[in-house]
Structure formats: C-alpha cells, structure tokens
Design a protein around this ligand. Sequence first.
Ligand code: XLS
Ligand code: NI
Ligand code: NI
Length: 442
Amino acid sequence: MTDFFTTVPGPIAYEGPDSDNPLAFRWYDAARTVAGRRMEDHLRFAACYWHSFAWDGSDIFGAGTLDRPWHREGLDPLDAAKAKMAAAFEFFEKLTVPFWCFHDRDIAPEGRTFKESAALLDEMVDEAQGHMERTGTQLLWGTANLFSHPRFQAGAATNPDPELFAYAAAQVCHCLEATHRLGGQNYVLWGGREGYETLLNTDIGRELEQLARFLAMVVEHKHRIGFDGLILIEPKPFEPTKHQYDFDVAAVHAFLQSHDLIGEVHVNIEVNHATLSGHDFAHEVAVARAAGIFGSVDANAGDDRLGWDVDRFPVSVEQMTLGMYEILRGGGFDSGGCNFDAKLRRQSTARDDLFHAHIGGMDTMARSLLAAAAMLEDGELAGAVADRYAGWDDDLGRRIMSGEETLPGLRDRALGVAEPGRTSGRQEALENLVARYVERAR
Ligand code: XLS
Ligand code: NI
Ligand code: NI
C-alpha cells in the first residue's frame, strides 16, 4: 500500500442514505441483494486507468492541472509507470471498486521500437498481476491505444497504408494476450481514428473491408489463445474523426451482420457516445438487447450544451434508471459491467476529488439499479407496453406475422371493416410512473 491518497484512509464504506459523510456510500451497498443478485454483482463497477491516472488535466488550450507526480519531467519512464500503478491500485483498493480497465499505453511507456514497447508492456503486466493478487481487484477489460501516437493519424485498421494495419494488428495481438494473462473478462475495440475527415482522400468501401478483416483476425486470435471473454466494439459517432464508422449500436449491428460476426462481437455502450449520436442511452441498450449484442457499459455523462465527449461522472438517476431498466430486462450483465469512463473537471485538483467523483457515480448507478429493479419487479410499465401490443397476439396479428396474409388480402379485408380505433400512448402517465420509482428508490 502506497500513500498517495493520504487524506483518504479507506476502505470507503456504505453508510446509508442519511449519512452526511462525504467519503461514504449512501446507496451503493455491495452486499445487499437486489432482484436476486448482490449489488456488487449487478453493477460490476470498474475504474478506468486513462482518465484517472494517465491524464494530467491538460486540454487543447492548456497544460495539465492535476497533481500526478509520475508525470514529472526527468523521471525514468518505467519507474514513473510503476509509481502510477501503485497509486492506481491504492485507489482501487480504498474505493473497494471490484474491477479496473486499461489501454496498453496507459500502464506502460512506449519504447523506441515495437519490440521494446511489447517488452515494457509485459513488464507492467507482471507488475499489475502482483497488485491484482494483493488487492483482489479484477480486470473488466483491456484495450489497445491505436489513436494517440502520430503513426495512427490516418487510422489503424482503416489506414490507407497496410503497414499501419500490420502495426495495429501486432499491438492488438499483444494487448489481447496481456488482457488474457490478467484474467480480463472482455476485450474492447474503440475505433479511435477508424473513420475519416474528407471523402476527397478516402475510399470508404476499402476501409470498411479492412475493418472487417481486422475484426475477424481479432476473433480468430481470441479463439486461438482460449480467451473466453467477449470482444466488444464501442460505438461513437464522431470525435476524433468527423465520421466514425462505428457510429452507433445500429451501425455496428449492421456491420457485424454483413461480415458474419454476429455471436462473436458485442458492444460496449458509452452513455455520452449514445447522446452524441442523437440517441438516449436507454435506446442504445435496447437496440443492442434486441439484436443480441449487448455486452458492457461505459458509465459517464455528457453535458446538455457541449457537443463533445466531456466524460463527466454519471449524475442523473433518471437517465441511468432508464438504462438500467433495459439492462435488467435483458437479464443484466454477464461478463460486462459499468466502467467509469469519466474524468474529473480539470479544476478538481485535490487528490481526494477522485474519490468524490467515483462515490457519486457509484451511488447514482446504485440508486438507479434500485429504481429499475422495482420497476421491473412491479411490472406496471411492462404491463402497459404489453397491453399496447395485445392485438399482435390476437387473430389478425398472428395471421400477418405468420405470412398467411398478403397485401391484396388485407385490402379485401379493409373493404369490409370500420376505421381502426385509436388508443392512448399514455406517455405522460408513464413518465409520472417512472418518476415515482425514481423518487421512492430505497
Ligand atoms: C473515447 C472512448 C475510449 C474507450 C476506450 O471516447 O470512450 O475512452 O472507452 O478506448
Ligand atoms: Ni468516450
Ligand atoms: Ni469509452
């Protein structure tokens, strides 16, 4: 145990909704059983390495603001990586978060050659293994950073130059194996720069075929090494490129279908990416569930007036309740979980701010779980939906769906029946119903 977070003794404990202790959980009670499962096993929280430990608070206008001593100039890169990792695991342990997530470049410095980088990653994976054994923290997923280094300026798998595809493939191969070695439960592919800026220099058809080939290679290798976690694509509509190929869940689904990858690849849905694509988070989960490709969640929040990936910590119980409800309807997480792909505001410079941010996020998600579980258990909302579609279980609906009816057959029928009736969609009443669950969640 290091002493980076000296003002927080840890472990953070559950004290209940009436507690005024800012360093306690008010809703996240890991051991409490909700809808037949421990809260901890429902939510499967993960802290991410990149925003909390690899990012120094810099933005496009200015330098880092955060107190991260391992970024100080002149340090040996490997020593710095180890100091960073010690602080990260001190944090995970004190927060009592069961999982963590990383990019290869978050945990290990980049060498001068691929060979050097691979060796550095191996060394840091050994280091992580020690920390994981000591603290009991598990790995929710690993991923390769195929977007920060200038070599990836034109993308990785979708690069116009096959040398870059080859480099990215080598990096993913190594990172997938590292994830496997650490007992990772999933492997994520976020298409960082897999998209384009202008059609004037881009061949979309080729790039999509390259992306499919890359994905097939990842799937092949996953089976080759016996990795039984899920391969997850994380959709995002834009940023950093103007047009990202994995725009939203529906686009990913169509891509998987047309390349025979259904069953092999699922999705990691990020809340802020969902809203950037013009959808609600719950919509993205529902589409993934309907398509059978739901995997995991990057829990964060956008900002109503900022149209980019601001990665705030989740604050809206209502938004998350609707998302959790869709997740629970599908049976909850399997190997996935809630990864806080979220970062501090750059003025939050005290070391304990990282705790307050995660405690708030975990409580928001936990309270949402309680509301969603009650909604599901009472069944009133589901009942209202079932009533709305009841006609499809009757004679006419069944005949249409079974193929017994044809267009002219339905015209003949219409000639002999009255104008169809209309029933209320009852949206406002249902919104009030949800509000009651959100208010009463305990
Ligand atoms: C960026 C993505 C990224 C992925 C992991 O917007 O959210 O952080 O989750 O590469
Ligand atoms: Ni994001
Ligand atoms: Ni993400």
